[in-house]
Design a protein around this ligand. Sequence first.
Ligand code: 13P
Length: 307
Amino acid sequence: MPLVVGKQILDKARREGYAVPSFNTNNLEITQAILETAEALRAPVFIQVSDGARKYAGMENLSNLVRDMASRVSVPVALHLDHGADYAMVLQALRAGFTSVMIDASHHPFEENVHKTKKCVEAAHAVGVSVEAELGRLQGIEDNIVVDAKDAFLTDPSEAVRFVEQTSIDYLAVAIGTSHGAYKGKGRPYIDHARLEQIARRVSIPLVLHGSSGVPAWLVEKMKATGADIGDPAGIHDEDVRRAIPQGIAKINIDTDLRLALTAGMREVVTRSPKEFDPRKIIGKGRDYLKQVVREKLELMGAAGRA
Ligand code: 13P
């Protein structure tokens, strides 16, 4: 079916108490794994394009790829701009046919964040596209945040109310302790559920959780078994994800787990079958693992069967 506006998917998710994963794509195989699995599980899904993906594969290429492939599945798919840096990038995504955009001005002071976000909301809403913005800052984007200073970067619940009112955004990304990447802290990475609860009590629009990869043990094992030097990675525990959903989280961003899956599959073929040089066999194994990750996320978040 044609791409669906993000808000349609997420309003239903928050209302009915499940979350929809937003998977980052960079190429054909990732997109195939997401769409084929979402179709098989009857799940709505977001596919998102980051700045890095845009530079690597081209915004138009990815937009055309996703739109074309989504037109041949029967589940709702939104195409989303992940961490749009500025107004120009948001406009570029709107022109390219995205049905959801994020403007991330969260590193600016509150008033400036409001101002920049509002401008993007006006443009996007004028063409019927919904908008995500962020308040607070995730660790991992900035490298030098010390643990004690963490609280200063988390989303303030009363600021969140003002931010949503003043900007008219459609969904809000909250900083509650998660961070991007495969190294989210030792042991059980920290999530501030009490803060999320307070935000959700006052903000009724869907909430978004970035930095939500679980860094599954089975993928870490496969990476290490093929000689990958990845130290001690750690992700968000499934229990924390499960708990955050009834607290108001309706969109959950996943990138790192997809990277691990694709790379682990490719490494396995390259190291175990040194004679193999058919890229389809190498990337194809990665795509198999991607499908497994997508399936696990759709089931974990309760999106399976909701389309
Ligand atoms: P992960 O690195 O945890 O997958 O988070 C991705 C993300 O939040 C993209 O916006």
